[in-house]
Design a protein around this ligand. Structure first.
Ligand code: SAH
Length: 343
C-alpha cells in the first residue's frame, strides 16, 4: 500500500479528482495529517465516510509503529520505530528552553561505520523512503502537548543522509513546506560525513538549511582510521566543497568534532583543525563522546575539553561545546536499536 506521508499535494489532488471529489479535500486531508497530527482516517471528521474508507484502503497513514519509548531525567525522549518490514530506526526528541528539536534517521543502520559509533556496527540494512523520514517528525510531535510544535529538525540520527540524497531532500522539502509541517529551513540541519559531490549538489537546492560536516579528525591519516569508509575522501576535497557551499549559499557550515580521549583532542589536533577552519567560513561544534560499549573509545575529561576549546578559540576559531542529551537512555546514535536487537 502507498504511504500517504511523502506524496505531493498534486498527486493527492489528482487521485481525488479521479474519485470526483472536490479539490478542497486535498487541503483538508493534508491539514489532518501534518497540522492536526491525525493518526487514523476515521478521526478526519470533515471528510465523508466513503472517502475515509477509500483512503484507508489505498494509503497507509502511519507506516511506523512505536516499538519502544524511553525518557531520560533531562526530558529527552527516544523513540524506536518499527517499519512494516520490521526494520527499526531511532528518533530522538530533545527539549531545551523554547526549542523542541527532533533528531531523525535517514537509513536503517549506516554504511559509514565510524569506529566509535553504534549506528553502523551491523552496516546498512536499507535506506528510508521520504515518507518514513518525514513520519518520524510526526511521531515526535505526538509526544508534545497540544499547544506545542516541533521547532527544529536535525538530520543526525542513523544513516548517512547524503548517501540517501533524493529521499532526504524530498523529506526536507516536505518538512519545510507550508502545506505540510512548515518548519523554517533555517531550523533544519543536515549532518553528513562529508561527501564532496553531494555537498556541491546540495548547494544548488536553494534551501536555507544548515549544513553540518562530521569532521572528527583534522589530518587525513587519523580520519581514515576513525572513518575507514571515507578514507579516500581527503580533507582538501571536503574543505573545497564546504567553501563552494558557502560561496553559493552564504550559509556558514558547522564542523562537528566528537572528542575521543587521547585520540583526536591533543594540542596538535587543535592546531591542525584551526588550519583547516581558516580556509573557509565555518564554525566548530565539539561534542564529548557518548560511550558505546562495543568500542574502545572514551570521552575526554573536562580539563581536556577546556584546553582544546581554549586553544581553538585563541586561534580565532568560533567554537561551541554541544551538550550531550540523554546518555542514560542510550541516546547516542544507534545504541537503542543495537540494544533492542540483542535482547
Ligand atoms: N552520518 C551523518 C549523520 C549521523 S551521525 C554524519 O556522520 O554526520 C550524527 C553525529 O553524531 C555525527 O557527528 C556522529 O559522528 C556523531 N556520533 C555518533 N556516535 C556518537 C557517540 N557515541 N557520541 C557522540 N557523538 C556521536
Amino acid at each position: 500500500m502507498k504511504h500517504i506521508i511523502g506524496i505531493d499535494p498534486e498527486e493527492l489532488a489528482e487521485w481525488l479528482a479521479q474519485k470526483s471529489c472536490p479539490s478542497y479535500r486535498t487541503d483538508q486531508i493534508l491539514a489532518w495529517i501534518y497540522k492536526q497530527n491525525c493518526t487514523d482516517y476515521t478521526s478526519m471528521t470533515n471528510l465523508p465516510a466513503d472517502l475515509k474508507d477509500r483512503l484507508s484502503r489505498e494509503f497507509t497513514l502511519r507506516a511506523g509503529r512505536l516499538d519502544k519509548l524511553s525518557q531520560s531525567p533531562d526530558g529527552t525522549i527516544k523513540l524506536l520505530l518499527r517499519w512494516p518490514d520490521d526494520a527499526l530506526t531511532e528518533t530522538v526528541l530533545i527539549f531545551s528552553k523554547t526549542r523542541r528539536t527532533v533528531c531523525i534517521s535517514t537509513q536503517v543502520g549506516c554504511p559509514v561505520q565510524c569506529a566509535f559509533c553504534a549506528s553502523g556496527l551491523d552496516g546498512l540494512q536499507r535506506s528510508l523512503e521520504s515518507g518514513e523520514i518525514v513520519e518520524q517528525v510526526l511521531h515526535a510531535q505526538d509526544q508534545l502537548d497540544k499547544d506545542e510544535r516541533i521547532t527544529n529538525v536535525v538530520i543526525m540520527g542513523m544513516g548517512e543522509p547524503l548517501a540517501n540524497y533524493d529521499n532526504t531532500l524530498k523529506a526536507v522539502k516536505i518538512i519545510n513546506a507550508d502545506w505540510a509541517l512548515g518548519i523554517g529551513a533555517r531550523h533544519i540541519t543536515i549532518s553528513t560525513i562529508g561527501l564532496p559531490d553531494q555537498i556541491r549538489r546540495l548547494a544548488h537546492e536553494s534551501l536555507q538549511i544548515t549544513l553540518a560536516v562530521s569532521l572528527h579528525a583534522a589530518n587525513d591519516e587519523l580520519r581514515a582510521n576513525l572513518i575507514p569508509w571515507a578514507g579516500k575522501i581527503k580533507l582538501k576535497n571536503i574543505f573545497s566543497a564546504i567553501d563552494y557551499y558557502y560561496q553559493q549559499t552564504h550559509r556558514e557550515v558547522t564542523l562537528e568534532y566528537v572528542l575521543l580521549d587521547g585520540v583526536n583532542c591533543l594540542p596538535a589536533h587543535a592546531d591542525q583543525l584551526a588550519h583547516w577552519v581558516h580556509k573557509t567560513r565555518c564554525n566548530v561544534n565539539l561534542i564529548n563522546y557518548n560511550p558505546v560499549t562495543e568500542t574502545p573509545f572514551q570521552p575526554a575529561s573536562p580539563e581536556t575539553i577546556q584546553s582544546f576549546m581554549a586553544r581553538l578559540t585563541t586561534r580565532g576559531v568560533n567554537t561551541h561545546l554541544r551538550r550531550s542529551h540523554g546518555p542514560d537512555i542510550n541516546a547516542a546514535c544507534g545504541q537503542l536499536r543495537k540494544q533492542h536487537l540483542q535482547t
